[in-house]
Design a binder for this molecule. Structure first.
Ligand code: 4NP
Length: 173
C-alpha cells in the first residue's frame, strides 16, 4: 500500500466493483461513515466507480439501499464507470472487491506506482477468517446482501486503521 504526494491535503480512496450499484457504493457509504465517526472527514476524499458501463447514472440497487438503511447507512452514490487515466491520477488507493476486479484494474495501470495503488478489500477482512473476496450479491438474496455489508464493514474498519498507521499525522478518535 503506497501513497504518492504525501503532503497532498486529502487522502483519496476509490472503491471499485463490477457495476457500482451494490458493493462499491456500500463501501463508499461505510468508509465515509467510519471516517466521519473518527473525526477525519476533512482528511479524506472518498468515491466509488464500476468497471462496466451498464448502470452509469443510476442509484444503487434498491436491495443494497434497503439493507444499508437498516444499518443507518445512506447508500446513494450515482454510478459512474472507472476512468483509468483520470482515476489513477486522482486517487491514492483504489480498493477492489474481488480478484476479477483486481485483474481488470491492474491491467489498466500503466506504471508500477499506479499498479501499487490497487488493493484488495479481502486483505483487510480480519473478522471473517478465510474470506477471499467480497462476493457479488447482485444475483443473490437478502442474505448475500447482508454478507456483503458485513464483509465491507469489516474491511473498511481495518483498512482505515491500516491507512491511519501509515499516515503519522492522522489523529483518530
Ligand atoms: P456490483 O454488483 O459489482 O457489486 O455493483 C453488480 C451489479 C450489476 C451487475 C453486476 C454486478 N450487472 O451485471 O449488471
Amino acid at each position: 500500500m503506497t501513497r504518492q504526494n504525501q503532503d497532498k491535503e486529502k487522502i483519496s480512496l476509490l472503491f471499485i466493483c463490477l457495476g457500482n450499484i451494490c458493493r462499491s457504493p456500500a463501501a463508499h457509504a461505510i468508509m465515509q461513515r467510519d471516517v466521519d465517526d473518527a473525526g477525519l472527514t476533512d482528511r479524506f476524499s472518498i468515491d466509488s466507480a464500476g468497471i462496466g458501463p451498464w448502470h452509469v447514472g443510476s442509484l444503487p440497487d434498491r436491495r443494497m439501499r434497503q439493507h444499508g438503511a437498516r444499518r443507518g447507512l445512506d447508500v446513494s452514490h450515482i454510478a459512474r464507470q472507472f476512468d483509468a487515466g483520470r482515476d489513477f491520477r486522482s486517487f491514492d488507493y483504489i480498493v477492489v472487491m474481488d480478484d476479477d476486479n483486481y485483474r481488470t484494474i491492474t491491467k489498466m495501470a500503466t506504471t508500477d506506482a499506479d499498479r501499487r495503488k490497487v488493493i484488495k478489500m479481502a486483505d483487510y477482512l480480519k473478522d471473517h477468517h478465510g474470506a477471499q473476496s467480497v462476493p457479488d450479491p447482485y444475483y443473490g438474496d437478502g442474505a448475500d446482501f447482508e454478507l456483503a455489508l458485513d464483509l465491507i464493514e469489516d474491511g473498511c474498519s481495518h483498512l482505515l486503521q491500516a491507512i491511519n498507521g501509515k499516515e503519522d499525522n492522522l489523529a483518530m478518535d
